[in-house]
Design a protein around this ligand. Structure first.
Ligand code: ADP
Ligand code: MG
Length: 683
């Protein structure tokens, strides 16, 4: 058998030295396969156009004849070179900056191709690139790929190398998609598509190439998800929670409120999964304040009543504290024990806790990620509830399983993603959505003010605190450089202490030790501190119902979903709540974003409008959303393809031939590289 592209070293490409090979490594490119799959992120357009079609301000490339002797002006080391050019019947003046060396080549009567910005009113072009057809043009008339690369690797070097690699090894590019799908969607063959992405010659083939690679990328992503899901469902060796409805009712009746219809619906979906023999992998999404915690509590209660232990994993120690306290309160009447395990539980206390867990003396443990790793053993773990930042990847679930647990997993997220998108994006999970918030909540009033209104904001804080309420004051970053002009938390804390001598001002930021943080949070819970100056440490899940005012400094520095999360810290009690955004955004988009916040407090609406304003790439590119990232596909723009790919992948995985037929060997190999082994999962 011959070599594969993966086994082909970069140095086998003519012109790639050991040094260059090392520089490519830094971009994650270590084989010819990696190189060929390093797609350009955009193209420079050097195709020839006619000035009669160009609009003022367009970047255009035109061919013409030099009509005048060039004029060179020098200003110290800078220079300006101009001449007149005739293109079709347009006569215009072309200007080069700092290209004095071109002067001798600009001979009257010679043909030239110029690229630059077209100023229609003044009939003038500022030239950025030029070439002479009589010397053999390279760029003229083409689209040139632009790669996200840097350091010592230039665009022209990587273009040249890519071309060379395609010449030497292009024939070895394998097809991976089943022929049935290729003909169903009339997709360009893989070899041709990859070549067209790197050496585009016209728009149409470029679009066809992109269409092909987008489908491939989304299909492989879905194949991984669907294979995992199918194998998981097929195993039937998950924990079976044999809990009856009457037992669950007993707990639900003890709650201080009635569940909303939306909560009841997701409760049933979760209990159904828990009772089944396959292991649950479910995403629970709902807007801030929709009441996800109590759903987690019901599931944890059900696991304990079925004779298992439960774990609740959260991203911060503050939250772990808070949740262990509220679960303790809920479960006390039922004799269910709750433990807390975080980085600051250590020494003897930690040892005791670990041994009680292992012996099954603790029913539920709340903690950070360390919970399910390292030296932590359970007697019988039945359910893991996690926060979105701890979504188990497909591979991590394999680790859990190999460790000997096969618990049900419930993942909670407050990032409101349209349901259809969530289902597709998290293809390995089932999705439950809490679509409404509890009735009777007073909507949070949101205001946007400029920095010069700070005095009035302070008056507002004073008034709320005077009425017995509490407030948050959020600043973006601590100890930032002056340049960024960001209020730092420590300074702000001092200023607030001076502004409000009659009440207590607390400070919370990420560089404090866990016990310091815990102490500050505790005093805020107990209303010993009335105003909490904080960085975004409080963002996720903190629940202090007496806090009714959220003030956010430099609000335009935050993403909309983050602002929405922060705002969700108030409006949790019986009193009317307010959110004040302080910002002087310069751009129109920045101002629009502030307006969105004042106009709606529905998280799904916020994310929809955010999407409109920022464009899909930006929004879902953020790590925060927990969504997968793609090389060439765009989850939102290519959403329909994503859905189609999901159907195709699910159908293929459901077909017995997939696991045996030689036709699918490349795809099975791909799954193995993704650490999804049929044998491993089914064994
Ligand atoms: P989130 O979904 O943001 O995690 P929480 O679970 O913290 O929301 O719930 C927000 C608040 O609403 C909590 O104080 C909780 O006790 C309360 N709550 C939850 N469900 C209901 C309900 N059905 N009726 C009234 N209040 C509820
Ligand atoms: Mg929560």
């Amino acid at each position: 058998m011959g070599m594969t592209l993966e086994q082909t070293a970069l140095r086998q490409i003519n012109g790639v030295s050991a040094t260059k090979e090392g520089e490519l490594h830094a971009f994650g490119i270590s084989s010819v396969k990696d190189l060929l799959e390093y797609y350009p992120f955009r193209y420079e357009d050097y195709r020839l156009r006619s000035l009669s079609e160009a609009k003022d301000g367009d970047k255009v490339t035109v061919q013409g004849k030099i009509m005048s002797v060039p004029v060179l002006q020098r200003y110290g080391r800078k220079s300006r070179l101009t001449c007149r050019i005739m293109s079709e019947n347009w006569m215009f003046s072309a200007t080069w900056f700092n290209r004095h060396f071109l002067k001798d080549q600009l001979e009257a009567g010679r043909e030239i191709v110029v690229t630059g910005k077209w100023d229609q009113k003044r009939m003038q072009m500022t030239v950025t690139d030029s070439e002479f057809p009589d010397k053999g043009s390279v760029r003229s008339g083409t689209l040139q790929p632009v790669y996200s690369i840097g350091g010592k690797i230039t665009q022209s070097w990587i273009r040249k190398t890519m071309k060379q690699a395609l010449q030497q090894f292009g024939e070895m590019i394998p097809e991976v998609l089943p022929s049935r799908l290729i003909s169903k969607y009339k997709l360009m063959p893989r070899k041709q598509a990859i070549t067209a992405l790197h050496l585009p010659n016209d728009n149409q083939s470029g679009q066809q190439a992109r269409r092909r690679m987008v489908y491939e990328e989304l299909f492989l992503f879905q194949l991984k998800m669907q294979a995992f899901r199918a194998l998981n469902r097929g195993r039937m060796d998950g924990v079976v929670h044999a809990v009856d409805n009457a037992t669950v009712r007993e707990f639900v009746r003890s709650l201080p409120f009635e569940l909303t219809d939306a909560q009841k619906k997701v409760e049933l979906e979760i209990l159904h999964d828990m009772r089944s023999p396959y292991s649950m992998n479910r995403l629970l999404q709902g807007d801030v304040g929709s009441g996800k915690t109590v759903i987690a509590a019901i599931a944890l209660y059900a696991t304990v009543r079925s004779g298992f232990q439960g774990a609740l994993m959260v991203p911060t120690e503050i939250l772990a504290e808070q949740h262990s306290r509220s679960l303790q309160k809920l479960f006390e009447p039922f004799g269910i024990t709750v433990g807390l395990l975080t980085g600051s539980v250590n020494g003897k206390k930690r040892k005791e806790l670990l041994s009680s867990l292992q012996m099954g003396l603790i029913d539920i443990v709340v903690g950070t990620h360390a919970l399910i790793q390292e030296d932590v053993y359970f007697r019988d773990l039945g359910l893991v509830v996690t926060d979105e930042q701890h979504r188990f990847g497909v591979n991590q679930r394999g680790v859990l399983r190999r460790k000997g647990y096969n618990p049900d997993v419930l993942t909670m997220t407050a990032t409101p993603i349209p349901r259809t998108l969530a289902i597709t994006a998290f293809g390995d999970m089932d999705v439950s959505t809490i679509s409404e918030r509890p009735k009777g909540r007073i909507p949070i009033s949101t205001y946007w003010v400029k920095h010069d209104m700070m005095d009035r904001v302070l008056g507002f804080i004073s008034r709320e605190v005077g009425q017995g309420r509490q407030a948050y004051l959020i600043c973006p970053l601590i100890e930032e450089s002056d340049k960024l002009d960001v209020q730092n938390a420590i300074d702000l804390h001092v200023q607030m202490q001076q502004a409000f001598p009659t009440f207590k001002v607390g400070l919370l930021h990420g560089r404090m030790t866990p016990s310091e943080k815990e102490e500050v949070m505790r005093s805020f819970y107990d209303n010993e501190v009335q105003l909490l100056v904080s960085t975004t440490v409080v963002e996720v899940g903190v629940d202090v119902p007496n806090a009714t005012l959220m003030v956010i400094m430099d609000a335009d520095r935050f993403g909309l979903s983050q602002l929405h999360q922060l705002r969700g810290r108030v409006g949790r009690g019986a009193h009317a709540s307010y959110c004040v955004l302080i910002a002087d955004p310069k751009s129109e988009v920045g101002q629009e974003r502030m307006k969105v916040m004042t106009e709606t407090d529905d998280g799904f609406e916020v994310s929809r409008r955010d999407l409109d304003l920022r464009g899909p790439g930006d929004f879902f590119g953020t790590k925060q959303s927990g969504l997968p990232e793609f090389r060439i596909a765009d989850m939102v723009a290519d959403f329909e393809v994503l859905e189609q790919a999901r159907e195709d992948a699910a159908a293929l995985v459901g077909d017995a031939a997939f696991w045996t037929s030689p036709e699918y060997a490349p795809l099975r190999e791909f799954l193995q590289q993704q650490q999804i082994f049929q044998g491993d999962l089914i064994d």
